[in-house]
Design a protein around this ligand. Structure first.
Ligand SMILES: [Zn+2]
Length: 245
C-alpha cells in the first residue's frame, strides 16, 4: 500500500475514534441526569410515604378529638341521669347516651382502622427508605464509573486529535482536502475497503472488474463511482498450509 493510502486509512481510523469519543462525551451529561432522575424518583417515593404517614397521624388525632367530645357528652349525660326527676326524662337521657355511644363506637372503630393502616404505611416507609439507600449506593457507583469513563474518553479524544494533527501535517494537502470533502458528505467515512467479492464495503455497489483490479494494487487513489469514497484493498490472510497427507 502506498504511504498516501496508508495515511488516509489511518486518518479514517482517527476520525472514527474522535467522532466516537465526541459522541460519548456529549452523551455524558444525559447519563448523569438519568442516574439522578432514578435517585430523585426513589427520594420522591420516600417523601410520598412519609406524607401518607403524616396524614394518617393527623387523621387519627382528629378522630381522637371527636372521641373525646363524645366521651365528654356521655359523662355529662351520666351526670344528668342522677338528677332526673321523671321517668320520661330518664328515658330521654338514656336515648341520648345510646346515641353518643353509637357515635363513639364508630369513631373508635375508625381510630383502630387508622392504627392498622399506620402499621402498613410504616412498613412502606421502611421499604422505600431501604430502596432509596440501595439506589443511592448504585447511583454513587455509577457516577464514579461514569467519571472514570469520561476521563478515558477525554484522553482518547485528545490523543486521537493530536495524532490527527501530526498526520495531516505530513500528508499531501490535496489528498487531505479530498478526504475531508468526501467525509463531509458521507457521514464522516471517506475511505473504505473494497470487499473480496469486488463491492464497495459501505455502499455495496459492484465495482467494475478493471477498477477492482486497480484497487487491489493499492497504489493509487481510486474513488467508488457510486458513493465517492476512496477505496483500498485488504488481502485475505495467507492460506493456511495444507497439512501433509
Ligand atoms: Zn461506494
Amino acid at each position: 500500500m502506498t504511504p498516501d493510502l496508508e495515511r488516509l486509512v489511518r486518518l479514517q481510523e482517527l476520525d472514527t475514534a474522535i467522532e466516537e469519543a465526541r459522541r460519548k462525551i456529549a452523551a455524558h451529561p444525559q447519563r448523569l441526569a438519568d442516574a439522578d432522575a432514578r435517585l430523585h424518583a426513589a427520594a420522591d417515593r420516600v417523601a410520598l410515604v412519609h406524607q401518607r404517614l403524616k396524614d394518617n397521624h393527623e387523621g387519627r388525632r382528629a378522630l381522637e378529638k371527636d372521641a373525646a367530645v363524645f366521651q365528654g357528652r356521655l359523662a355529662k349525660f351520666k351526670d344528668q341521669l342522677s338528677e332526673v326527676k321523671t321517668n320520661r326524662e330518664y328515658q330521654a337521657i338514656q336515648h341520648e347516651i345510646a346515641g353518643a355511644q353509637t357515635e363513639l363506637g364508630g369513631v373508635e372503630e375508625k381510630v383502630l382502622e387508622r392504627m392498622l393502616e399506620a402499621d402498613e404505611i410504616a412498613a412502606d416507609v421502611k421499604e422505600a427508605e431501604a430502596a432509596l439507600a440501595r439506589q443511592q449506593k448504585a447511583v454513587d457507583a455509577e457516577k464514579r464509573a461514569l467519571g472514570e469513563e469520561l476521563a478515558l474518553l477525554q484522553q482518547a479524544f485528545a490523543t486521537a486529535t493530536d495524532a490527527r494533527v501530526a498526520l495531516v501535517a505530513e500528508a499531501e494537502p490535496s489528498l487531505v482536502g479530498l478526504f475531508e470533502q468526501v467525509a463531509r458528505v458521507r457521514k464522516g467515512v471517506a475511505i473504505c475497503p473494497a470487499t473480496r467479492e469486488g463491492l464497495c464495503s459501505v455502499c455495496h455497489v459492484r465495482l467494475r472488474p478493471h477498477v477492482f483490479q486497480q484497487i487491489r494494487q493499492n497504489d493509487q487513489i481510486i474513488q467508488c463511482e457510486s458513493c465517492q469514497r476512496i477505496l483500498y484493498y485488504t488481502p485475505p490472510p495467507a492460506a493456511a498450509e495444507t497439512p501433509a497427507p
